[in-house]
Design a protein around this ligand. Structure first.
Ligand code: THU
Length: 148
């Protein structure tokens, strides 16, 4: 094997990041939907930030696991991101392929390089789908649009 998959992308072992997302999921606060999501964000410096979704009695203030992880990293001064692993499913049930919502994709777009940033939608450390942000958010609007 050449070590390269089709399209020239590098094959990486993402199981370490998915394991972090599974741990992050344990912290999810979901008394209303009972749908637990965990996310683990890999920064350019190798650090990992975790997030679990946090719900609210007033419903709309609910925040997704992905944004919890990203906002924690950004508030620690991190600005370069390589990948995010996401795992979600009903409490006590099987994990499903839980894709990031549109709002979270747009938040990723603020900091990530769309053709490079990887989104790993995982059911287990071995069972996952891998996308670039570009694939999940084509023709996107980002910081460059506001540069004169
Ligand atoms: N949720 C996430 O945390 N991430 C996703 O990718 C999809 C949805 C959360 C929000 C809410 O707490 C629950 O899942 C049900 O929508």
């Amino acid at each position: 094997p050449s070590g390269e998959e089709q399209g020239g992308g590098e094959i990486r072992d993402w199981s370490f990041l998915i394991r972090e997302a599974l741990k992050a999921r344990e912290a999810a606060y979901t008394p209303y939907s009972h749908f637990k999501v965990g996310a683990a964000l890999l920064c350019g410096d190798g650090t990992i930030y975790r997030g679990g979704n946090i719900e609210n009695a007033s419903y709309t203030p609910t925040i997704c696991a992905e944004r919890v992880a990203i906002f924690q990293a950004v508030n620690q001064g991190k600005r370069e991101f390589e990948a995010i692993a996401v795992c979600g499913g009903p409490e006590g049930g099987e994990l499903q392929y839980c894709a990031p919502c549109g709002v979270c994709r747009q938040v990723m777009r603020e900091f990530a390089v769309p053709k490079q940033f990887r989104i790993l939608i995982a059911r287990s450390p071995e069972e996952f789908k891998e996308y670039t942000l570009e694939e999940l958010l084509p023709e996107s609007f980002g910081p460059d649009n506001l540069k004169q």
